[in-house]
Design a protein around this ligand. Structure first.
Ligand code: HEC
Length: 245
């Protein structure tokens, strides 16, 4: 039987989506023009003798990134027309390399990596050079003006990091377990303090710091505890530390 005309309706639309007037009665469906999900297509076939027939197609449209793909989920076994799905359609021009992902992120990752490595190199294995800590710290203008104070600031920073967990930030300790350093007359004896910090107190919780602190850093922290919180025992020099190491 001759087909005169095929009207194709999409979903519930009143107007035909396409009208095929002559053979081959092939409809190409472009999924990129359709929303994601299930769609219905009804092909109304008008035959030459005036009879009408209709066939239903069901198809799915999915989007993966810029690519739209459709596939026909259900089609009539015998139909005088052929509905074909255009292959996966690239919807947009291929995305330009994303600046963040391709340029910034690797740099950020590298910085994090390098930063961690440097940190480990400094604090993990090597002794802490007193000068490096001062350089790493952001100094206020005022502190930067007085180089003499810079050494003590090193000592303070080192103390907060290495000692305050036990002796407390304000030097009051937690007696009787952790002795107070503030107002502690034992700190008058510079040699005793230096030795205690370098070698710790074996058999007690007081750890040795010789491996972690170079002469300058050890002198800075010892000077700090001997002069902070109202202590008035005076600073010590890196040379004194070197002698007692
Ligand atoms: C894990 C805890 C702990 C940390 C950290 C610690 N100490 Fe101590 N420290 C002690 C204990 C406990 C004692 C007392 C040891 C004893 O029984 O004689 C002590 C004793 C001392 C003493 C001798 C006090 C005295 O009266 O004889 C000094 C000085 C001292 N610590 C300085 C420091 C400094 C400086 C740091 C950091 C560089 C530090 N300590 C870190 C636990 C700690």
């Amino acid at each position: 039987m001759d087909v005169a005309r095929v009207e194709v309706y999409l979903d519930n639309q009143d107007e035909p989506f396409a009208v095929l007037e002559k053979p081959p009665f092939t409809l190409e469906l472009d999924p990129s023009g359709l929303s994601e999900g299930t769609h219905y297509l009804i092909a109304v076939v008008h035959y030459a003798d005036g009879s009408v027939d209709h066939h239903e197609y069901v198809f799915e449209v999915a989007r993966k990134g810029p690519v739209y793909a459709g596939h026909i989920a259900r089609a009539p076994i015998m139909a005088p027309i052929e509905v074909r799905m255009v292959d996966s359609v690239e919807l947009e021009a291929p995305a330009k390399p994303d600046f963040f992902r391709y340029a910034l992120l690797p740099v950020l990752l590298f910085l994090i990596f390098a930063g961690t490595a440097t940190w480990l190199a400094y604090y993990g294995e090597n002794a802490i050079p007193g000068g490096a800590l001062a350089a790493a710290q952001v100094e206020t203008e005022e502190e930067a003006k007085t180089p003499a104070a810079a050494g003590l600031d090193d000592g303070k920073a080192l103390y907060q990091r290495l000692c305050a967990s036990c002796h407390q930030a304000d030097g009051r300790g937690m007696p009787p377990t952790f002795p107070a350093l503030a107002g502690n007359e034992n700190l008058k004896d510079a040699e005793y303090v230096i030795k205690t910090v370098l070698h710790g107190k074996p058999g007690t919780a007081m750890p040795p710091f010789a491996a972690q602190l170079d002469d300058q850093a050890a002198a800075a922290v010892v000077s700090y505890i001997r002069t902070a919180w109202g202590n008035d025992f005076g600073p010590v020099t890196p040379e004194e530390v070197a002698r007692l190491r």
